[in-house]
Design a protein around this ligand. Structure first.
Ligand code: KG4
Ligand code: ZN
Length: 339
């Protein structure tokens, strides 16, 4: 008999639903929200309103695309946190209602655990090397930058984390300074491809152990741009690609320095990367190169599983289901929720 999980993700500005059956992905629907575009960032109140509009059509489509019916679903998994409370509330309330109406168990999922376990999503007709425990995971998104020691599906130790901004935030905030639309990360990545990474030098943090810091880099970027614009008003326009390439190079160097240290000091032979910033082409190349140099296996997720999606919530829900880890209807979402 097979186990079928309906999963919901609504932690930020993407409404997503997915069906996972016996660890295989049957469907994964993601509806983005254009309403935030003109504000240069996510507006929480608008996000929760858009989730309310999107959630039913998105779930309906996920069920249809998976070619199953509502009655085939054994449990519903949802993102409990971390994230925007109003956004999380929409997914949580929907999941509770669906569980109650269909008399199926409810499974709460930590969004960060989901990003990491996205590496275990299987797809029919696609061969894939799954990570072996224990492995290191560099989790880099708009809200998080941390190095994890993943011991098994449920036991994940944070060995380093940012003491201020996240890597995605550094991409987004610096991109905003030079007029790129939100989220600037993907745009910086594209423009950096034709730029010179050595054109500008920005300050790198000195933080203990495996911890990260990105706020100093942001300030250094801001001051450098501001001083150059004072001398030449066309500075940004004339140097956009070089600024993006140098910024990306610096962020990757900061991330990779701690990755190299962790590989050396832990002796672990496998590393995975997860979260929105793992879509970055420079970071992917740097990890692959490091893998060859240090003779370790590197796991890079397919692009569709890097940014927020319900498939990663579904795979986590599936393993929690096998472990009989269920939530009851009194559960509430949590904006802050460490692993
Ligand atoms: O995981 P995610 O979708 O949402 C959070 O949980 O935060 O990550 C979004 C972050 C944003 O900061 C976005 O700019 C960044 O991931 N991002 C990228 C790229 N694609 C997305 N950053 C750099 N290069 C990319 N290609
Ligand atoms: Zn995320």
């Amino acid at each position: 008999m097979s186990t079928t999980i309906l999963a919901i993700e609504s932690s930020c500005d993407d409404t997503s639903a997915a069906i996972i059956q016996d660890s295989y992905l049957l469907s994964n629907i993601v509806a983005g929200q254009d309403v935030h575009f003109k504000y240069g960032g996510v507006v929480p109140e608008l996000a929760s309103r858009a989730h309310q509009q999107n959630i039913i059509p998105v779930v309906d489509l996920a069920i249809k695309k998976a070619n199953i019916t509502k009655n085939d679903i054994d449990a519903i998994a949802f993102t409990r946190g971390p994230g925007l409370l109003g956004s999380l509330l929409v997914g949580t309330s929907f999941a509770k209602g669906f569980a109650l109406a269909n008399k199926i168990p409810l499974i709460d999922v930590n969004h960060l655990q989901g990003h990491i376990l996205a590496h275990f999503i299987k797809e029919k007709n696609i061969e894939k090397d799954l990570p072996n425990f224990p492995f290191l995971c560099l989790l880099v998104s708009g809200g998080h930058s941390q190095l994890m020691l993943v011991k098994n599906f449920f036991d994940m130790e944070t060995i380093g984390e940012t003491i201020d901004d996240a890597a995605g935030e550094a991409f987004d905030k610096c991109g905003k300074i030079i007029g790129l639309p939100y989220p600037a990360g993907p745009e910086v990545d594209k423009l950096a491809a034709d730029g010179n990474p050595q054109a500008f030098v920005f300050s790198k943090p000195k933080v203990k152990g495996y911890d990260y810091s990105f706020s100093g880099l942001k300030t250094s970027f801001l001051y450098s741009v501001r001083d150059s614009v004072a001398k030449n008003p066309n500075f940004v326009k004339e140097n956009t690609k070089d600024l993006c390439a140098s910024l990306q190079y610096t962020i990757i160097e900061v991330l990779m320095n701690k990755v190299r240290k962790a590989i050396k000091e832990t002796g672990i032979k496998e590393i995975a990367v997860a979260g929105g910033v793992s879509a970055n082409s420079g970071l992917r190349s740097a990890l692959i190169e490091e893998g060859k140099k240090s003779k370790i296996k590197v796991h890079i997720p397919p692009f569709k599983f890097t940014t927020d999606n319900a498939a990663m919530i579904g795979i986590t829900g599936y393993y929690k289901y096998l472990n009989s880890e269920f939530a009851d209807l009194s559960i509430v979402p949590k904006a802050r929720m460490p692993l």
